[in-house]
Design a protein around this ligand. Structure first.
Ligand code: CDP
Ligand code: CDP
Length: 217
């Protein structure tokens, strides 16, 4: 058993889970892991190789060849392809459109999930994604599912200056066969539609505190 801990933070696109997970990680001094960026880096690999993202075998080969890696820098996960940091390229619209197809390939998920689990050997983690509480760390007692109305999520993404068809990604992510987007049965669901980021962070901290996990001042 690892002596490290993990808080799972799942939810649909632009629900605020990365921002909340980053803030919680800072409060605990734990590492924030953005697993969405790992699937985005795998997608960048497929796009760079110019493969059809619906051609599973070609996607698997492109992802293998690209050597997706993850490092921890300053308390944050940083994704690499053959050692090259690619974070700056991951919010591109071409990736928004393709990522749900790449993320539906079981072999790609297996590879990335193994890397996500490995991180716990060295660090306590706050990990955001779609399947962290259901598949990656189903044993953790600390699971959150951050939700918000589709309208508010689309507007939050718009305010970030991104054209991103969040509802189409959510449809693909929640209907895929392997590790679909859904709240774990034992996750605490927080609807952030009418809450500020700070209010969500305070609610998460209060729930963790009530369950015995508190920030050491
Ligand atoms: O930030 P946003 O919610 O828009 O997306 P993201 O977290 O960067 O994730 C991008 C895509 O990666 C999602 O739409 C999913 O298709 C996939 N993903 C996944 O399948 N499993 C995860 N644990 C994380 C992301
Ligand atoms: O990771 P995910 O795609 O779920 O969302 P995010 O990138 O953390 O958040 C999307 C945007 O919504 C950010 O600009 C947040 O500051 C903002 N946000 C908000 O306005 N209200 C909240 N309750 C949570 C996030």
């Amino acid at each position: 058993m690892s002596e490290h801990h993990v808080i799972a933070m799942d939810g649909p696109a632009a629900s605020g889970k990365s921002s909340v997970a980053g803030a919680i990680a800072d409060r605990f001094g734990w590492v924030f892991v953005n697993t969405g960026n790992m699937y985005r880096a795998a997608t960048l690999a497929a796009l760079r190789a110019e493969v059809d993202v619906n051609d599973k075998a070609a996607v698997i080969a492109a992802v293998d060849e690209a050597e997706v890696g993850v490092a921890v820098v300053g308390g944050r996960s940083v994704v690499t392809l053959k050692g090259e940091a690619v974070e700056d390229e991951l919010k591109d619209q071409s990736i928004n459109l393709a990522v749900s197809h790449v993320a539906a390939v079981p072999e790609v998920r297996e590879k990335l999930v193994a890397m996500q689990r490995d991180l716990l050997q060295e660090h306590s983690l706050v990990m955001e994604g779609r399947d962290i509480g259901t598949v990656v760390f189903p044993e953790t007692p600390w699971k959150f599912y951050i939700d918000a109305s589709e309208e508010v999520r689309a507007s939050r993404r718009g305010l970030q200056g991104q054209a991103d068809a969040v509802s189409e990604r959510d449809r693909l992510d929640s209907t895929r066969k392997v590790a679909p987007l859904k709240a774990a049965a034992d996750a605490v669901v927080i609807d952030s539609t009418e809450l500020s980021l700070e209010q969500v962070v305070e609610e998460v901290l209060a729930i963790l505190g009530a369950r015995g996990l508190t920030v050491k001042e």
